[in-house]
Design a protein around this ligand. Sequence first.
Ligand code: B12
Ligand code: SF4
Length: 472
Amino acid sequence: MRDLNIQPLSNADLEWADAVFVGGMRVQMPSMHEVIARAKKMGRRTVVGGPAPSTAPEEFDNADVVFQGEAEGRIDALVSAIESQGQQRVSDSDNRPDVSLAPVPRYDLLELRHYASMSIQYSRGCPFHCEFCDVIELFGQVPRVKSSQQLMAELAALHDIGYRGTIFFVDDNFIGNRRMVKQFLPELTQWQRERGYPFELYTEASVNLAGDESLVAAMVEAGFSSVFLGIESPSADALREAGKKQNLKMDLGEVVDRLTRVGLEVMGGFIVGFDSDTAEVFEAQRTFLSRTPIPLAMVGMLTALPGTQLSRRLEREGRLRTQSTGDQFGRPNFEPSMNERTLLNGYANLMRDLYTADSYYDRCEAYLDRATAPLGRRRIEVRDLLTVLRTSLKVGLIGSGRKRYWRLLVRAFRRTPRFVPWAIVKGIMGEHMIQYTLRDVLPRLERAIEDLTDRTPSPANLAIAPDPLTAH
Ligand code: B12
Ligand code: SF4
């Protein structure tokens, strides 16, 4: 197994194989195509699967076998397609498999030192119906959960190979099936308690989480310290248009405040570029974020992913320009209703403002002032400590927000020393976001704005992909 996010692919990796399996998201398509081409050149049979080919199989005609959808219970069909001659497509039957058929992942194949976090999945599917979402197209609207024993076996597998640290529960919506998750959380708490809380957990959920106090308390008790919420927009019109009804039922600032106060840090996903958005939306997003304690705000431009209700509507309206390519910081892949220059400029300015050192650290301080102190249950490993110290010295000595970083550390220490590790991590993440915005995001958006003089967008400047994390 090779994870191309962290290591290159050598010919030796391909030579021994009977067949080469490639998986990925749309943003990774160029790399997926490159691997397929290399493997084919070496005479290997190629198989492609995962989110990108699941929603747009026709874009993988170069692979020998295109596998759509979830793999559990469908391995026989996959094997027979591999063994058959010529090009094969294993189509998604729309029968959602029982997730408890999933075997325990081979975490032992990973080189742990390359990862800051591990992934585990408890459920698939989400009961909501947001127009731009491809998660419900991929996994359906009836959340399916694993059994507690199965999840404990997965946690134990990570524990047994010596992993300690953060785990991302990569569910589409962790609280999609509230009844089941409420049964599962006490068992998770017990497992964590018996082992001295080896794992700090985070996940994704819909905003109605904040309305269920006992559920939030059970999550905190089990070791969850943050949650990604798809807040999307302070504009009620935009939320209505997106079919995001759950966000209209509660005051979104209040949602963040409540979760923060009880110990769940909110990472927020936001979207601009809905049809009902006007040029005022940028200021509205800025104001919302300046009042809300969300250090990590991920703002994306609306994108029509293949297979979504949004892309079907835009196609009907004759506004779909092309399939999204994978780059988030370019021109939208559909004719926006706002003037495109206003949209791109407004988005670029919003990103610039959100990730100046001052506004980032203001949000961190707002969080610190409201948050419940972390329980500090997890033992800090020497390896973690060295990495954190080395990096934090860099942030504190040459980082662009170094003064604010030290100020945050002192403020954290005064509230309680248990906040200090949090402040160090926020400093490291902040420096990354600030530099990434300056060096990557803004130049790409500027190129897209320059491209507006052309009538047809150049493929390199077309945006795709809602923020990963905007899928809520
Ligand atoms: C975890 C996650 C991340 C993590 C990844 C961490 C890691 N290194 O693993 C992080 C946060 C880094 C991330 C980032 C991004 N993500 Co992401 N992410 C997810 C998430 C929540 C879970 C993925 C997962 O692990 N699933 C668990 C596994 C078991 O399920 P699975 O992947 O579906 O695999 C099953 C089948 O697809 C199939 N299968 C999968 N691969 C293969 C391969 C073969 C050969 C075969 C036969 C079968 C097969 O079998 C599996 C078992 O049934 C999904 C949402 C979701 N629910 O899938 C989004 C999702 C995959 N991400 C998405 C996006 C857009 C992104 C970003 C581009 C966002 C951005 N704008 O920055 C970035 C890209 C980062 C990069 N450059 O690589 C989209 C992809 C949309 C698309 N159609 O391509 C998704 C679907 C969410 C969404 N709708 O917005 N992401
Ligand atoms: S965006 Fe989030 S809440 Fe909406 S349907 Fe998709 S997964 Fe569910």
